[in-house]
Ligand binder design. Structure first.
Ligand code: F6P
Length: 365
């Protein structure tokens, strides 16, 4: 497919480990086909700024396989925000779509590789409908995109959160304390569930299974009764009390989604009040998004990037590269947007955890 000479990469949404590994894979595979790859800095807005668009040459790619973050920067708010408020999809104004198309044509792009999560794919879908040749690559530490078995960044975030649980286990045991670790994940409990299971947490709180403070307190008391005097709670930031919403630390706006957080502190205070056990809380925050990708994410990113270039070559636009568990495939972007993958409350992993005596802060079925 020789007529493709120039493509570009845009990264959107929150950054995560592996973004650079995808950038490297796309630019390397494109280079081997004799194409030029433009790296667009600062998200979609960069398409309008000549200073933000530069050719990625061989030197730029050096060391990117292992480097955290995104050398192109990333944005999850502003005029290209397609998910706003409580997660509602926003239609981009006609004028913005038209000028984006002009910018893509001005740059002489035959394909635009868009790396992002649900919000970014909502933008990509609108660009595709406007005739811009787009291929999507799914990323997010939250692992909540229904179309793909796993998003890149998730494994790295879980590895970091698991290390945190391991570290908290020993200090909690030494001091006979309860410690609550709050992890990210938005409205999906995957990071909490995986890191909680991997670290042997006693209580795991996820948005998909509403909890009560009394059930958590009872789990702590039960451990004391059986001479296990420390308790580790892993709480997803989106976890919620029965009958209420997730705790938000900042409301959403017209150009950004609401910010979740704060649940860990409240849970810790209630444990201490109800059981008398000294309790601490830790918010892992953006540490989960930093650092080098795990070997799994490096491999996944490389395969996703290579597949994206293959799709551009085949002019399979308007699609998202996906990981099936056996290899790479693709689905229409429309299928990928708004199909959130959350933890099935009665799924195999939750059941396995319950078999281990893990409490989800609810009345166990
Ligand atoms: O979607 C990824 C994520 O890290 C969520 O887990 C978290 O709620 C959010 O982004 C945090 O966003 P920000 O970097 O804007 O605080």
């Amino acid at each position: 497919m020789t007529e493709i000479a120039r493509i570009a990469i845009v990264t959107g949404g929150g950054d995560c480990p592996g973004m650079n590994a995808v950038i490297r894979a796309v630019a390397k595979a494109a280079r081997l086909r004799g194409w030029e790859t433009i790296g667009v800095t600062g998200g979609f807005d960069g398409l309008f700024d000549p200073q933000a668009c530069h050719v990625l040459d061989y030197q730029d790619l050096y060391g990117l396989l292992t480097k955290g973050g995104s050398i192109l920067g990333s944005a999850n708010s502003g005029r290209f925000a397609a998910k706003v408020g409580g997660g509602e999809v926003r239609q981009l104004p006609e004028g913005l779509l038209a000028s984006t198309k002009e910018a893509v044509e001005r740059l002489g792009l035959s394909g635009l590789v868009v790396i992002g999560g649900d919000g970014t794919m909502s933008i990509a879908l609108q660009l595709d409908a406007y005739g811009i040749p787009v291929v999507g690559v799914p990323k997010t530490i939250d692992n909540d995109l229904g179309a793909t078995l796993q998003t890149f960044g998730f494994d790295s975030a879980v590895a970091y959160a698991t290390d945190a649980v391991d570290r908290l286990q020993t200090t909690a045991e030494s001091h006979r304390r309860a410690i609550v670790l709050e992890v990210m994940g938005r409205h999906a409990g995957w990071i909490a569930l995986y890191s909680g299971l991997a670290g042997g947490a006693d209580v795991i709180l996820i948005p998909e299974i509403p909890f009560t403070h009394e059930h958590i307190a009872e789990a702590v008391r039960e451990r004391d009764r059986t001479n296990r005097f420390h308790t580790i709670v892993v709480a997803a930031e989106g976890a919620r009390l029965e009958g209420s919403h997730s705790t938000s630390s900042l409301g959403g706006g017209a150009d950004r989604e609401e910010r979740l957080g704060g649940i860990g502190q409240g849970v810790a205070a209630e444990i201490e009040r109800r059981t008398g056990k000294e309790t601490r809380h830790v918010v892992l925050g953006h540490l989960q998004r930093g650092g080098s990708p795990t070997h799994f994410d490096r491999v996944l990113c490389t395969a996703l990037g290579a597949k994206a270039v293959e799709m551009v070559a085949e002019k399979e636009f308007g699609r998202l590269v996906i990981y099936t568990g056996h290899g790479m495939d693709s689905v229409p972007l429309a299928e990928a947007v708004d199909s959130l993958r959350t933890v099935p409350p009665d799924g195999g992993l939750v059941r396995a955890a319950r078999e281990m005596g893990v409490s989800f802060g609810d009345r166990a079925p």
